[in-house]
Design a protein around this ligand. Structure first.
Ligand code: SAH
Length: 225
């Protein structure tokens, strides 16, 4: 018991140090928006990773999660969140819940978040974590996110966290005017461009921010899992 307490204390101490370094390194790499940094500070990434990876939760790397998927690299989460420029009045759609980490960050910043995952196992785990954090403004759905959430549209912000060669057109239809959409666009196996789309007067423009590697967007709801 005493041993276990010592191990827990040791974990907490190292974890607190790692969290501090994590924030400093995001700042030094160019993440400047204080509300984004605050959200990253407040959401404990260690509860979104497998227990065996809790000790590297604040390393800047993607990590494997259930169903052969990954939780994205924190710098990419920070960059996407900052580029989306999410405000407290915004309704946000996420395609690709995965661990629920990005959804939690969005939940700290937005009014309302709908996040869609094709694996029930992941959706259930993510919902449980969001509940633990008291994020009642985030709803997780099990569906093929390519169709968006037409019953909740329009969305002020849309984020796609799975690689796609072309952003599914329903997502553009469900984007509000003056809205922003961010997605990794490119080959499903390989490197994609992190592309920020803006909609203005019904017209879509885009800007490529950096190269990224995401797991692919897959059509259809996953069976059994
Ligand atoms: N945003 C996540 C990481 C996403 S990994 C996080 O913060 O952890 C990409 C996720 O997209 C995977 O969980 C995958 O199952 C899901 N996905 C892929 N295609 C999908 C689709 N068509 N509809 C919904 N989810 C999809």
């Amino acid at each position: 018991m005493a041993d276990r307490n010592r191990r827990d204390e040791e974990f907490e101490r190292k974890n607190a140090e790692a969290r501090m370094e994590f924030l400093l390194s995001l700042r030094s790499r160019g993440i400047r928006d204080l509300k984004v940094l605050r959200a990253l500070e407040q959401v404990p990434r260690e509860i979104f990773v497998e227990a065996e990876h809790a000790n590297v939760a604040y390393a800047d790397q993607a990590l494997p999660i259930d169903c052969g998927q990954t939780i994205s690299q924190p710098f990419v989460v920070a960059t996407m969140t900052e580029a989306l420029d999410v405000g407290p009045q915004h309704k946000v759609l996420e395609l690709g819940t995965g661990s629920g980490y990005q959804a939690a960050i969005l939940g700290m910043l937005a009014k309302w978040v709908v996040t869609i995952e094709r694996y029930r196992t992941l959706a259930d785990l993510a919902s449980a974590r969001l509940r633990v954090l008291g994020l009642k403004n985030v709803t997780v759905r099990v569906a093929d996110g390519s169709f968006g959430a037409p019953d909740e549209a329009p969305f002020d912000r849309i984020i796609v966290t799975a690689a796609t060669e072309a952003v599914p057109s329903p997502l553009f239809d469900q984007l509000a005017d003056n809205g922003r959409l961010i997605a990794p666009v490119g080959p499903k196996a390989g490197v994609q461009a992190l592309r920020l789309f803006t909609k203005s007067g019904g017209k879509i423009d885009h800007l490529d921010l950096m190269s990224v590697r995401f797991v692919p967007l897959v059509e259809g709801k996953a069976v059994a899992l």
